[in-house]
Design a protein around this ligand. Structure first.
Ligand code: PMP
Length: 358
């Protein structure tokens, strides 16, 4: 029995893909082995790797002058790898602080260079995105970093910033949820465990002119050029996660690609926000213009009911709805693998809960 899983990451994966991986687990495509038991340098695995990259390029329409890297160390590793690759000790960089993940990213960057927080949403308690006109950018900044979707706060940028410096985006919790114009970005990075596949993999999409600038002493596994030159096989990559991500990319193509996902994700988010807003019982604190499609935090009118809500939801097969430990309340994550049916079941449960306890 599969449950409706609203986990923030590691998150729900498409059932069809799990079933395919299961079916191929012990005898992968007639090899008599699993895909995890073969060399990453074997012809067979190299083909898997290349196909995954080609499918990702197709889905996101990644221009030819961008490299796609398949790394380890998660998005957190990139918090350091970005400044190591793009700055000198005397560089200045701009960060937009819209919540927990931006804050972690800029905290790591401070070990490497001068960090200017060009805008900070603190005054709104991180419930909105400061307007572009209010940003205080640094002349000659090595890059501008932002977090298009804050996974914990549920705050999403309603625009792609227009700035002179290369744009660096932590897309961990929004990548593949809709089409994007990759050419607007210098670097896009994303931990895999939400919309890409299992944890253990981090995808980095980097414009070629930003390669080859890593600081002296940058570990080679973090040096974008060194990794790109080796086709992300400078050392042993996370082969199972890479293979699985490839299956997810095929599944996305079968669903109709990212325009189809955008439509589905819009419907899911609208359904849940409408349920919250019309309830008089649930509340989402985020500025409606900046509400995330992927992560929807909400609180109950009576926090004393939190435990009953979670327990009854669990019983109804709706799991992983607790808010992040730093904020409490509830959070429903609605990544690509979460169906409209799952969101319908959740909203029906929420209405029923109000009837019984409201
Ligand atoms: N950035 C964002 C936006 C995230 O949601 C997360 C994980 N929840 C991270 C970074 C950290 O990712 P990882 O655990 O892969 O290092």
């Amino acid at each position: 029995m599969r449950v409706f899983n609203f986990a923030p990451g590691p998150a729900a994966l498409p059932l069809e893909v799990l079933e395919q991986a299961r079916d191929e687990m012990t005898d992968w495509r007639g090899s008599g082995m699993s895909v995890m038991e073969i060399s990453h340098r074997s012809k067979a695995f190299m083909a898997v790797a290349a196909e995954a990259e080609a499918d990702l390029r197709e889905l996101l329409a990644i221009p030819g002058d961008y490299k796609v890297l398949f790394l380890q160390g998660g998005a957190t590793g990139q918090f350091s790898a970005i400044p190591m690759n793009l700055t000198h000790a005397d560089s200045s960089v701009d960060y937009i602080n819209t919540g927990s993940w931006s804050k972690k990213a800029l905290g790591e960057a401070r070990h490497y260079c001068k960090v200017n927080v060009a805008a900070d949403a603190a005054a709104s308690n991180y419930t909105t995105v400061p307007p572009r006109s209010a940003w205080k950018l640094t002349q000659g900044a090595a890059y501008l970093h932002y977090t298009p979707n804050e996974t914990i706060g549920g705050v999403e940028f309603p625009f792609v910033p227009q700035v002179d410096a290369p744009l660096v985006a932590d897309m961990s919790s929004t990548i593949l949820s809709r089409p994007i114009d990759v050419s607007r970005f210098g670097v896009i990075y994303a931990g895999a465990q939400k919309n890409i596949g299992p944890s253990g993999l981090c995808v980095v999409i980097v414009r070629e002119d930003l390669l080859g600038r890593a600081r002296h002493g940058t570990p080679s596994v973090w040096d974008f050029k060194a990794v790109a030159d080796e086709g992300s096989m400078l050392n042993t990559p996370p082969t199972f996660a890479w293979y699985f991500a490839g299956l997810v990319f095929k599944w996305l193509k079968k669903q109709g690609g990212l325009s189809a996902m955008e439509e589905r994700n819009r419907v899911k988010a609208e359904l849940l926000y409408a349920t919250i807003d019309s309830s008089g019982f649930y509340r989402n604190p985020v500025d409606p213009a900046c509400r995330s499609w992927m992560n929807v935090p909400f609180v109950l009118a009576a926090p004393a009911l939190d435990r009953s809500f979670l327990a009854e939801a669990n019983q109804a097969g709706l799991v992983n709805l607790a808010g992040h430990r730093s904020v409490g309340g509830m959070r429903a994550s609605l990544y690509n693998a979460t169906s409209i049916e799952a969101v319908r079941a959740l909203t029906e449960f929420m209405r029923e809960f109000v009837r019984r306890h409201g």
